[in-house]
Design a protein around this ligand. Sequence first.
Ligand code: ZN
Length: 252
Amino acid sequence: MKRQYQFESLLQENSLVHGVSQKAIDENLFFSLALHTKENKEAIVSNRKKLASSFGDKDYYFVVANQTHSSTIKIIEESAFRGWNSLDDAIEDCDALLTKQRGVILTVLTADCVPILLYDRGQEVVGVIHAGWRGTEEQIASKTIAMIQKKFNSNPKDIIVGIAPAIGACCYEVEEDVASHFFEYPQALNKRKNKYDLDLRLINQLQLLASGIPKENIQMSGICTACSVESYFSYRREGGCSGRFMSMIGLQ
Ligand SMILES: [Zn+2]
């Protein structure tokens, strides 16, 4: 298996495991990890087994949600696989996950949308967020920080965040019908004739800053999936591909 992308800031935390899978041309389906895009199920489950073994000898429970571009946040309180070997027991209709359970790895599947990993060093809570344009419009990042404060009494100043590879403004041209949802973030929109370049990564960063997370606590990968299509799936660059890569975080 190809190496994973990792964040320097998260790597420094001894109680964490995390990573972002990358494409591999010598693996089945380029190492796609999604069961919901109708690729061969056995191949995906086999890829997932390989991925799990890359986290060492310890057995982790992986949790996958059925992502629906919602702003629904679920808290995982049990140590069990969900949505890992089958879609049937995935967390329903959900785009952000939080847990305090050790040995549970939360996941998010993307191919251009913004995957966000977070860790509260104070209360020892981890989380993942899936923010496409609809989730970004719904402020799922801000809502997740509000939820972690409410449920776990977290202080935003203790939260560190990694914004994983996602499509950049360089490659994300949208029509006014999408851009109009983000006019309150002029710094994330570049108008060219009747179209706009939209920076969803920046908008999510701005939402996290507004939630009280210090700027130095937010690490951006800076990688555009469409520019780096040899390493990451890009729905837009690959013309609606079915491949997805996985961003993951858990407490050891
Ligand atoms: Zn790009």
